[in-house]
Design a binder for this molecule. Structure first.
Ligand SMILES: [Fe+2]
Length: 253
């Protein structure tokens, strides 16, 4: 399975999975159809599946047009997305599995950003797993709590933090520069974080996605609620309170 990163809308990424043996493709979160259709044409493959992580328009607005171009494709999303994801046919819950290109992914139920949010985690092949987490976790940051509770959001982040270090994280937005600019203020003594931010500043146009989960565990303040530095910054100890305090500071940043 090959993975292509397609820039879309203003700062979204759509991910295209390509199975060269079957000459087929699947996409994660097509917020618009055009970049997907162009890439399918370039690869000369047919689209067989859309995997949506949640119902926000910037992740689903391309569904209909892609379904018109490929009437046999199957649209997947979460059980709680029912009625909100255009064309959805499969309603996934925690523990379900989906497959594509000889690989299979575990469905993780991660409400918080929205109440229907799920992620797709492909277990490692050649030592590296692939996580498609929509707007739950970003490089250096995380999604806003729009519909769920801070408790749900921190549970979702904890769930992702428990995945193996060698996981490529395919976040749905390029927010890294702004996220790291905030992260530095939270954790100014983190040498690895400083180096990471310097690297992003050095090449501002370079895509930063996918990121690696082990790097996020060490440098993303939203995955480090148990670090004394983050607890001191927020003045809190409880993980939900640490998370909520950080989120409020980020919102005001
Ligand atoms: Fe989004």
């Amino acid at each position: 399975m090959e993975i292509y990163r397609l820039p879309a809308l203003f700062d979204n990424y759509i991910f295209l999975l390509h199975d060269p043996e079957e000459n087929s493709a699947a996409v994660i979160d097509p917020g618009e159809a055009y970049p997907v259709l162009a890439e399918l044409k370039r690869l000369n493959v047919r689209l067989v599946a859309i995997f949506n992580t949640h119902y926000d328009r910037d992740h689903t607005a391309g569904n209909r047009e892609l379904m018109e171009a490929f009437p046999d494709l199957v649209v997947y999303g979460g059980e709680r997305s029912r009625g909100r994801i255009p064309g959805q046919q499969v309603f996934l819950t925690e523990g379900d599995r989906v497959s594509f290109g000889g690989r299979s992914a575990q469905v993780l139920d991660l409400p918080g950003h929205t109440k229907d949010h799920i992620a797709y985690y492909f277990e490692p092949e050649n030592g590296v797993g692939e996580l498609f987490c929509g707007d739950v976790l970003f490089a250096g940051g995380c999604g806003r709590v729009k519909e769920g509770t801070p408790e749900q959001s921190v549970v979702a982040l904890d769930r992702l933090r428990q995945l193996p270090d060698a996981t490529r994280v395919w976040c749905a937005h390029e927010y890294t520069e702004a996220n790291l600019r905030f992260a530095i203020t939270v954790d100014p003594g983190n040498v690895e974080l400083k180096a990471r931010y310097a690297e992003v500043q050095r090449q501002p146009q370079k895509p930063t996605i996918p990121t690696m989960l082990d790097l996020e565990k060490r440098t993303n303040p939203f995955l480090r609620w148990d670090s004394p530095v983050i607890q001191a910054f927020t003045g809190k100890r409880d993980r939900t309170e640490v998370f909520y305090a950080l989120r409020c500071r980020k919102e005001a940043f």
